[in-house]
Design a protein around this ligand. Structure first.
Ligand SMILES: [Zn+2]
Length: 277
């Protein structure tokens, strides 16, 4: 494979690249994982309420208008506290995937500890969503050397954590095969839109136009390479009323290219692992 070629059979016939408009529904854990004292700050936590409330509804509406189904990565603490949000996501036929429990980085990094951790996440999310859970994005993309082997062992098909390619690729181990569906901080709305009243996220917001310029340039360049553009988005950040226009602008730019596939992560992983069949 050269840099300009997707693995054979990755995309449906006639499609040159893929764009995944994925979301992390961090809810209140975005704030409690930054500072445990935020658990006693209702106004801080209210951004998490927006995430699972109006923010989620606005992005679901945008996705629906564009006919896009995608993947929502959800911490189990958020899913357990907001089953109605999960039902709204699943009701629009989006996919639910793992994103930790309380959004803190994995504390027990030993293999057995990670195996038990990921098994529990998968079982809880499947119980709450009533749908199969096939993949994992770690909070802050902070995985271990063995994460992908463990995912294969528990029957998952994809990881979306590494930043080492613009193409999805297969990871093989004794435990089985999983697809890595790579991300990048540039395509995450957090670095551009997350603000907090104290460091390290106390900083200037970027204008929508700056972000739209950056994101559409990157997706066009990845399209030229026949790659996959994976956005990591948050309803409480890009789901603000005006910022939602960013989604429309980026999706419209991708649609204008004429040969872009918008799969869920599970659908993309299926083709990466098994091709057309
Ligand atoms: Zn997150």
């Amino acid at each position: 494979m050269t840099l300009g070629d997707a693995p054979a059979g990755t995309f449906p016939a006639g499609q040159r690249s893929a764009v995944c408009m994925t979301f992390d529904l961090d809810g209140h854990t975005m704030w409690t994982s930054k500072d445990a004292r935020n658990a006693d700050r209702p106004a801080v936590l209210s951004s998490g309420s927006y995430d699972v409330g109006q923010g989620l509804d606005l992005v679901l509406d945008s996705l629906d208008r564009h006919g896009i189904r995608t993947t929502f990565f959800v911490p189990t603490d958020v899913a357990e506290a907001n089953p109605g949000a999960i039902a709204r996501i699943v009701g629009q036929r989006h996919e639910i995937a793992m994103h930790g429990d309380d959004h803190n980085p994995l504390r027990d990094r030993l293999r057995d500890g990670e195996l038990a951790h990921l098994r529990t996440l998968k079982e809880k999310l499947e119980d709450i969503s009533g749908s199969a859970v096939r993949g994992y994005r770690a909070p802050l993309y902070d995985v271990t050397e063995q994460t992908r082997d463990v995912l294969a062992e528990i029957g998952c098909t994809f990881s979306s954590n590494y930043m080492d390619s613009v193409h999805p690729y297969v990871v093989e181990s004794e435990q089985g095969r999983v697809a890595e569906l790579p991300v990048h901080w540039m395509l995450d709305d957090g670095p551009h839109l997350l603000f907090a009243s104290s460091p390290p996220n106390h900083r200037q917001f970027l204008a929508n136009s700056q972000i739209a310029e950056m994101w559409t340039a990157e997706l066009r360049a990845i399209h030229e390479l026949g790659g996959t553009t994976v956005f990591t988005l948050h309803p409480q950040l890009v789901g603000r009323p005006s910022r939602r226009g960013l989604l429309d602008e980026v999706v419209a730019a991708a649609e204008a290219l004429g040969s872009v596939w918008f799969p869920t992560m599970g659908e993309l992983a299926q083709r990466v692992l098994h091709g057309e069949g």
